[in-house]
Design a protein around this ligand. Structure first.
Ligand code: CP
Length: 309
């Protein structure tokens, strides 16, 4: 039986390097497969999605992924159109969705929401973003992008820039990177440093520096991972306005980067990467979004087929 079969995917911390490599191997397999054969992988299987927060990439890449491997999808993308609006609980909604499908994808504003849902659902639950805590399928996509574009992960110097306090992709990515031999530099405004309650655990597996100065390491970085300042998670808009626009990657900064460095972003982007960068060879964030479809298809194929595919 493969490690992912019929299992929830709640936290990246539950996975090790061998398991990431297995997903990467299957992602490559999916990308190179004949489409007719690929559509046999999840033929007749249904994915349901339940999004209590907005999404473009995660929800649509899951829908696109399941379709590409022959399955179908149904779900709630606008919670105001569901019976949650009449007061139905998350628990009851999850119970119903798991009756109608083979796997459930959940995004919810509360930390712990996916873990909670997995205890109720009769089908595997995939965390598509839980509060400020985790976004594990984004981290799988990010690691795959780094490996695909740089041909390795070990030995790289990686800068993670922006909102490190509220950006859930950062926590999943750091936990994932803890399985590799990398040098990490965290760059953020002072008020958006990585949360102190997470530092201890991350430091057990990964060494990193912290700085407010974007230019301090820029010439050495192989990967520049930029994040959006998460306005919606600030308790006070005044605090957001103080850090809004803190870092902008533009052509001036690109001149200082290594010629073969890559720029990633989980997206959506606001103003933290200038659109002038989009057509440069270093910009890989749209490619990263495309890989997200393939990594999710591989993950769904492994979750729904006992012996892989
Ligand atoms: N990266 C990401 O989670 O994007 P969406 O919010 O559009 O799903």
């Amino acid at each position: 039986m493969n490690d992912f079969y019929n299992k929830d995917l709640i936290s990246i911390k539950d996975y090790n390097r061998d398991q990431f490599e297995k997903i990467f191997e299957y992602t490559e397999k999916i990308m190179n497969m004949d489409p007719t054969k690929r559509r046999e992988i999840c033929k007749g299987k249904t994915l349901s999605y339940l999004f209590y927060e907005p999404s473009t990439r995660t929800r649509l890449s899951f829908e696109s992924a399941i379709a590409s491997i022959g399955g179908n999808s149904l779900g709630i993308s606008d919670i105001s159109s569901s019976s949650a609006q009449k007061g139905e609980s998350l628990a009851d909604t999850v119970k119903i969705m798991s009756i109608y499908s083979d796997v459930l994808v959940l995004r919810h504003p509360l930390d712990g929401s996916s873990r909670f849902a997995s205890e109720i659902s009769s089908k595997p639950v995939i965390n598509a973003g839980s509060g400020t805590e985790e976004h594990p399928t984004q981290a799988i996509q990010d690691l795959f992008t780094i490996k695909k574009e740089k041909k390795k992960i070990d030995g790289l110097k990686i800068g993670i820039i922006g909102d490190l306090k509220y950006g859930r992709t950062v926590y999943s990515l750091l936990s994932g990177l803890g399985n590799y031999d990398v040098e990490v530099h965290l760059i953020s405004p002072e008020s958006l440093r990585i949360r102190s309650d997470s530092i201890y655990e991350i430091r057990k597996k990964l060494s990193f520096t912290e700085s407010t100065d974007l230019e301090e390491h820029i010439e050495d970085l192989d990967v520049i991972y930029v994040t959006r300042i998460q306005k919606e998670r600030f308790p006070d808009e005044e605090e957001y306005l103080k850090v809004k626009g803190s870092y902008v990657i533009g052509l001036d900064l690109l001149q200082k980067m290594k010629d073969d460095s890559i720029i990633l972003h989980p997206l959506p982007r606001l103003d933290e990467i200038s659109t002038d960068i989009d057509n440069t060879k270093n910009a890989k964030y749209f490619q990263q979004a495309e890989y997200g479809k393939h990594t999710r298809a591989a993950l769904l194929g492994l979750t729904l087929n006992e012996n892989g595919f």
